[in-house]
Design a protein around this ligand. Structure first.
Ligand SMILES: [Zn+2]
Length: 291
């Protein structure tokens, strides 16, 4: 079993993975372990297409190398849509993601709750909650008892469902919902105001207050440098572009001071493995400082 400990890894496969001649995601766990990383988010952003056999192979490799797996569910999910067809396909995407997670032994399925440009935010929340509860119930009926948690992600644009308070409200529904806190998105949404130690501390305290210390210390985290405009998130960059925040050191300070054990997934564009490693090293520096 995966003991509770802080974990770092990439979302998807870095460019260097392919440059080194690797082709299949099933080769990722061994590569990550060789670099000292111990988490991997498998991307199903364009649809869940992995076969049971491949998912199980990836799960076996991950178990062998102590890599915690998570899945990023398809971008097509929209729990706020008023179109019954989109509601149904969103449920389908979540259920398929849960099925793939069960096959590979992944504990977490991260998803975007959807856009709210054309709908009332409060109504969208009511609908999103109903759909999530239904999906969890159906997943039990279909797949039997499982430990997969659905993790709604904090989003980087104003017109997306996924402000911090919305994510926490969704997660208060069930112990099978876990907040996925994307600090780059939050920083983009709040126009750079999350790029300091106090603001990051406030976010962690808010999670603590709303969902309890246990959840707050074990959240799922996305971290990467994100460019933004007045309407929010524009583009993911890498640590080679220091002009884009937020600075991981602000979170690393709290991770060490609070002795947290979240999973930190880096989504830097193309350099997600290299940057995950840089975040891990930054974290270790703070552990040394606070020891
Ligand atoms: Zn995402």
């Amino acid at each position: 079993m995966q003991a509770k400990k802080i974990r770092f890894g990439p979302g998807g496969n870095p460019d260097s993975f392919y440059a080194a001649g690797h082709k299949a995601s099933v080769e990722m766990p061994a590569c990550l372990a060789g670099q000292g990383l111990n988490a991997y988010e498998y991307q199903c952003s364009r649809g869940v297409r992995i076969s049971q056999k491949l998912a199980e192979q990836l799960g076996d490799e991950a178990a062998k190398f102590d890599i915690a797996l998570s899945i990023h569910a398809p971008y097509y999910i929209n729990l706020a849509s008023l179109d019954p067809k989109i509601q149904d396909s969103s449920k389908g995407h979540l259920l398929k993601s849960i099925q793939a997670a069960i096959w590979m032994g992944a504990r977490t399925v991260v998803f975007h709750a959807g856009g709210v440009a054309k709908v009332d935010r409060e109504l969208a929340m009511v609908q999103a909650k109903a759909i999530l509860l239904e999906v969890l119930e159906v997943s039990y009926a279909k797949f039997g008892p499982h430990r997969v948690r659905l993790a709604p992600e904090t989003m980087g644009k104003q017109n997306q469902l996924g402000h911090l308070d919305e994510v926490l409200e969704l997660c208060s529904l069930s112990s099978q919902l876990l907040p996925a806190i994307d600090f780059g998105h939050l920083n983009a949404l709040h126009q750079g105001q999350i790029d300091n130690r106090e603001a990051v501390g406030k976010i962690l305290e808010t999670i603590d207050r709303k969902l309890g210390r246990e959840i707050a210390d074990n959240i799922h985290v996305h971290f990467s440098p994100v460019e933004f405009t007045a309407s929010g998130e524009k583009k993911h960059w890498t640590l080679l572009n220091p002009e884009y925040g937020p600075d991981f050191a602000h979170l690393a300070y709290h991770l060490a001071a609070r002795k947290m054990s979240p999973t930190i997934i880096c989504e830097s564009a193309g350099r997600q493995g290299e940057d995950a490693l840089a975040y891990l090293q930054c974290y270790h520096e703070f552990v040394r400082l606070t020891a």
